[in-house]
Design a protein around this ligand. Structure first.
Ligand code: UD1
Ligand code: CA
Length: 457
């Protein structure tokens, strides 16, 4: 059976008190609407249509790469939003799942369960429902004498008896696409809010003699909608626990899972240890036996096996097996520590390769450099890669030893096995095996200090 999904993302979300549209707010580095779209994809939806409206110039870019985007110019209600997809879905037959772009916790399993239940029963619609102690604000599921779903009534239209019902509409549905678009033509805005309610479709389908079913949610948290910053934080906490539980089950140790935030696309091998205050985002991966943290943020960074990454910030960097960084290292885009290399304390590395076993242990800046194997850069070594207009490269041959507090003024090359005296400013290439020195000669004036320290009479 064909499956398509509609993701509603046209609303404003005024309670967020934000310049940003609600569905663009992020959980674990991923916008709310992306969580919903990805859940639909993982559930096997072959086509996804996103309905955008409010601030669509900010929402459309989040979804246009892999969904069809339709515009609902004016937000006239959820039925109107789905009706806006009719053109895009012309000729589509099968299951049409409707999802809210502000409910990021929905799982692919639940979406699949809705689709399966509709298929198996040839229902016009299956609605995901939840039991709430405080149902205020939600649409209520009204059942007939036989216990079948008869219709949904919105809070503002409910009689006191209807308002007392605790079975609520989650806002997730699977429809028979043809039945849905037929029924939408009969939905009116004759209600308390003057809106076109998608929920009216259920009563219309029942009146036409089609089956309308409810699937009780196994976990009500999946239906949590984000309308405020408080709910955003709640949803983020649930998602954090969900992602961490998956990694814990796969053999990752966390001293305190509440202090570890892992993005959905991060890959972590077994026997990795995550210390407190670790944030792993984007396409980051961590190899077996590595220890990460505390106080570490890695974005789109590849960490090999057996690495130690202590108090480090890294963005688009690569750390090969057995390399170490930190405490307090900053690896910027295209920093590459080869096997067994080290970027130590207060070291910043950008667009540079540090060869196998090479060490940059203390207080250094390395930018636009290629460093060979077995190199040692003394404390405070700086590559002066920028002349105010252009960036220039530095090459350091295998086995070179650079004394502390050396400025390597690029473009410059150090030959294999050379030694640079501490405190040098190196502006010219140094040959292999040579000693390079670039500093003022030391002089001594005998007795000068004693002479000058005498107190004047
Ligand atoms: C809706 C349901 C209610 C259910 C609740 C669950 C209706 C009429 N009511 O109510 O039964 O309990 O969800 O959360 O459907 N949207 C558009 N265009 C519009 C209007 C809404 O795209 O014109 C989008 C919103 O951005 C949001 C979703 O549809 O993502 C739901 O709309 P909202 O106005 O929040 O509906 P509720 O009043 O919460
Ligand atoms: Ca809502």
């Amino acid at each position: 059976m064909n499956t398509a999904a509609v993701v509603l993302a046209a609303g404003a979300g005024t309670r967020m008190k934000s310049k940003k549209p609600k569905v663009a707010h992020e959980i674990l580095g991923k916008p709310l609407v992306r969580w919903v779209v990805d859940a639909a994809k993982d559930a096997g939806a072959e086509r996804i249509v996103s309905v955008v409206g409010h601030a669509r110039e900010q929402v459309a870019p989040l979804v246009e790469a892999d969904t069809e985007v339709v515009v609902q110019a004016e937000q006239r209600g959820t039925a109107d939003a789905v009706a806006a997809c009719e053109g895009a879905l012309a000729g589509f037959e099968g299951s049409l799942v409707v999802l809210s772009g502000d409910c990021p916790l929905i799982t692919p399993d639940t979406i699949s369960a809705l689709v399966r239940m509709r298929d198996e029963n040839d229902a016009a619609v299956v609605v995901l429902t939840m039991q709430l102690d405080d149902p205020f604000g939600y649409g209520r599921i009204i059942r007939d004498e036989a216990g079948e779903v008869a219709r949904i009534v919105e809070q503002k239209d409910a009689t006191p008896e209807e308002a007392a019902v605790t079975e609520c509409n989650s806002g997730f549905y699977c429809f028979d696409a043809r039945a849905l678009f037929g029924a939408l033509k009969q939905v009116s805005s004759d209600n308390a809010q003057g809106e076109f309610y998608l929920t009216d479709v259920l009563g219309i389908c029942r009146a036409e003699g089609r089956r309308v079913l409810a699937l009780p949610a196994t976990d009500a948290a999946e239906c949590l909608g984000v309308n405020s910053r408080m709910q955003l934080a709640e949803a983020a906490g649930i998602m954090q626990r969900r992602v961490n539980a998956r990694h814990l089950a796969n053999g990752v140790t966390m001293w305190d899972p509440a202090q570890v935030w892992i993005g959905p696309d991060v890959e972590i091998e077994r026997d990795v240890e995550l210390l407190p205050q670790v944030i792993l985002m984007g396409k980051t991966s961590v190899g077996e036996d590595s220890v990460i943290g505390p106080n570490t943020r890695l974005t789109d960074t590849r960490i090999g096996r057996g690495c130690v990454v202590d108090e480090t910030v890294a963005v688009e960097a690569q750390v090969d097996d057995g390399a170490t960084c930190g405490p307090r290292a900053y690896l910027r885009p295209k920093a590459h520590l080869c096997e067994g290399a080290k970027a130590g304390t207060h070291v910043e590395i950008k667009k540079s390769t540090v060869g196998r076993g090479s060490k940059v242990p203390h207080l250094s800046y390395v930018g636009d450099a290629t460093i060979g194997e077995g190199v040692n850069l003394g404390a405070g070594t700086i590559t002066c890669n920028y002349d105010g207009a252009n960036k220039w490269p530095t090459h350091i041959g295998d086995g070179a030893f650079v004394g502390s507090s050396t400025m390597l003024v690029a473009p410059v090359s150090l030959g294999e096995g050379c030694i640079i005296g501490a405190g040098s400013v190196i502006t010219k290439d140094v040959s292999a095996g040579a000693l390079g020195l670039g500093r003022a000669r030391q002089t001594e004036i005998a007795g000068w200090a004693d002479e000058n320290r005498k107190v004047k009479e």
